[in-house]
Design a protein around this ligand. Structure first.
Ligand code: HEM
Ligand code: HEM
Length: 186
């Protein structure tokens, strides 16, 4: 039988609505951008306007992620399940921290790359307004390019690990970890 204390405990162990909204809106945008970045010229070739969309989504992720980081500093995550071994708590902290860094660093390097190039192309937020270029030269643009490719692959690898961990918690450990990040789930 569920007691009032169990219920209270379950609520405290859930992510808040704000954390869930940030998580899933950013996750969807990042998945679209990784797909365009990695498969735009192969599997997805033929879909028009991919790069302008990639850039506009990327700048959106940057803005949302800066807001999310500020918000997260003021709103700590719920504690992990008591059954979780220490090394897995540490692995979760490190990978979540790496996500927060990548979610800002990756779009910034993309912005750097398209700003520091000989021939700048139009940089627009879905055709609604222009996004300014960063005031940088081609050396910074080249560095941004290299870093964007490296960090893009790192992001893709981290997502694979993260999703595998989420599915393991859900289907193997069955400890409610996925449910606490899903809207409305108990
Ligand atoms: C969530 C944010 C972003 C993600 C996840 C992302 C991911 C990626 C990935 C995985 C690639 C392929 C890299 C490779 O060739 O191995 C890529 C390429 C690219 N990205 Fe992004 N990106 C993001 C934001 C941005 C932003 C903000 C811009 C520019 C404003 C940008 C511009 C580009 C360009 C121009 C390429 C093609 C580079 C080339 O052809 O060598 N990206 N991106
Ligand atoms: C694809 C881009 C994704 C990114 C960038 C991302 C990022 C993050 C971050 C930063 C956190 C930590 C939240 C915090 O403590 O503030 C988190 C937690 C979580 N994510 Fe994701 N995520 C992504 C996709 C997914 C997907 C597809 C799933 C499910 C299949 C998922 C399931 C979860 C779960 C269950 C948690 C909570 C973990 C815990 O309770 O310790 N994520 N994610």
């Amino acid at each position: 039988m569920t007691t009032a204390i169990d219920h209270q405990d379950a609520i405290q162990r859930r992510y808040t609505g704000g954390a869930i909204a940030f998580h899933w809106s950013i996750a969807v945008l990042v998945l679209v951008n990784v797909a365009i970045g990695l498969f735009g010229e192969s599997l997805l070739a033929g879909i028009p306007n991919q790069m302008p969309v990639h850039k506009a989504i990327g700048i959106t992720v940057l803005v949302l992620s800066i807001a999310r980081t500020g918000w997260r500093i003021a709103h700590p995550a719920p504690p992990p399940p008591a059954t979780l071994p220490g090394w897995q708590r540490l692995a979760a902290r490190i990978s979540h921290g790496a996500f927060y860094i990548l979610l800002i660093a990756l779009p910034l390097t993309g912005w750097l790359m398209v700003s520091g190039t000989e021939k700048r192309r139009e940089l627009s937020w879905f055709g609604l307004f222009d996004i300014p270029y960063l005031p940088v030269g081609t050396a910074a643009g080249d560095a941004g390019h290299e870093l964007h490719e490296m960090l893009g692959l790192l992001m893709a690898a981290l997502i694979v690990l993260h999703v595998a961990a989420a599915l393991r918690h859900h289907f193997v450990l069955r400890d409610g970890t996925l449910a606490r990040m899903l809207p409305g789930a108990r």
